[in-house]
Design a protein around this ligand. Sequence first.
Ligand code: ADP
Length: 646
Amino acid sequence: AHGTERHLQELQEQLPIANARKQLISLVKAHQTLVLVGETGSGKSTQLPQYLYKAGLAEGKSIAVTQPRRVAATAIARRVAQEMGVQLGAEVGYAVRFDDRSSTATRIKYMTDGMLVREALIDPRLSRYKVVVLDEAHERTLPTEILFGLMKQIQEQRKGGLKLIVMSATLDAAKFAHFFDGAKVIYLQGRQYPVEMLYVSEPVDSYLDAALRTVVQIHVDEPSGDILVFLTGQDEIETLQRLIPERSLQLDDAESHGKMLVVPIYAALQPEQQANVFKPTPPGMRKVILATNIAETSITVPGVRYVVDPGFVKARSYNARLGSDSLQVVPISKAQARQRSGRAGREAPGKAFRLYTEAAYLGLQAASAPEIQRVSLASLALQLKQLGVADVRAFPFMDPPPPTALARALELLLALGALDQRGALSQPLGAQLVRLPLEPVFGKVLLSGAAMSCSEEALSVVSMASTDPVFLSSRNKQEVSTEMRKQFMSPLGDHITLLNVLTSYMKVTKSERGRWCEERLLNARSLRKALEIRGQLREHLLSLKVALKSCGDDLEPLRRAILSGLFMHAAILLPDNTYKVIASGQIVSIHPSSVLSGHKPRCIVFDELLRTTRNYVRNVTVVEPAWLPEIAPIFFQNKGSMVGRG
Ligand code: ADP
């Protein structure tokens, strides 16, 4: 173990940031706010917090380091604990939603930005911390945006008692510095070798096909070095994970090219599996890393010489017509394209294979819009209210959100009953909603469930909605699984079906659960996670003094509870078997994966909209049109006539 520590120490000392250690410490001592700009992989996230801690800057309190992504927070915390030779959860820990590995002993705490916002809701001065590091600030996520404004206010209140360090991988530092009244800006000299850009000459039909071909071609034609492929999600990663080995076996002279070792990295992966991507590539092999956007700036994978970039990313964006967010695969920005290709030149000159034309590259947006400009602001507005911001428009935003988006968010909160007529948090509902680690609409499902004596069922529904899909698909086993799954399927829809799955799962003894899932082609990890989340949400309900009850076989109260949160997503059947979303007028279809696909209930609610060739909705429940005006009177007052007929 000692050998590893020494080895780690050597690696740490080789990082570009190591030369700036002394300078950084004295700058942090001298300035209240620092903006640190440095190339991805230069050692900012892992090293700077250690420098500050060892220099005594935590002064007996703690250093908070925020990350927009869970995977980054947990992986970096693990690494730093290892580097410091301490147990994870002792001096070094992390906290992400539904997973807390920190203790009172924790002095360097990695956390998602959303978790630090949650801490601020309870302790508005963040009095446990001496230093707050907002990492990956260039990502401009919603919680980081709140933290910008909040830190500005707290720093005034604590008069020099709280240091702030804003870290970013892009050169857009002037804006941060300006917002924090002329904060000191430091540029960290990184190492970057030249990267040769290769474009396709004509647009590709399928970027997944093109990615597959390109990986194999690199493997055959190019000298050693690992390949990093940017994909948009777990589905695509799993597809290539299957196809790359198949394709490489078909190579004429497969043996002479050596083997490809395919390793995935995405948020839902188990931590042990995530660790695989950091392991050195065995001699004679070539590692192919299939990554989501996480490898763009959050996580640096060593050994990469070739980058394959299809040019797309899955992004959450606000759909103004629908009044809520949907996930969409969208083209990346120029800044993202540059970050991605840069990953090929960290250790030696490299090559970036862009699966789009040069003309297409030139047509990309310079940078993607901050999240605050494009996502639902309901939870932001709710949190600001709790933070004592009476008029949310007056909050010091770095870039103020569109006024209409903020107005919509307040309308939704009003319709949910989270705000009273004066616009303050309602009692008890609004105050309870803000305490739950859930989007307000799902929080409402849970609290309505409690009010309607079905909190046990509502807990299951919300937990299943908070985890990854549980139904696996596999070509050869499909028949078996359909048979085995029939027992869960409910004519009332997907939420109830998922409830049935979780209820059955909970009855299986722990040691049997793995096999039980396998036989039914269910994702064991998702179910384990759902159960964990359920346990934590249950604790939250208990701490809110909410009674836990079950409605047994009568599921009407549960369906009403679901509707009470998701009413913005209520939709009515049209003669052509599509559905019209009442709130927005948008036309949608039930996704083929839904148990209700092919059925034609008159009125539905759904929790997810997917935009592909058409608007599909997933996770659907059958409801009665007559419930609408009872459940959300404010909202359906004017739309009553439309709902009444049918
Ligand atoms: P930056 O924040 O400037 O992007 P980091 O501090 O994240 O840089 O990374 C510094 C180095 O530490 C990189 O070379 C990276 O590969 C390595 N590293 C980071 N996390 C891990 C981990 N969990 N396991 C192994 N190596 C890691």
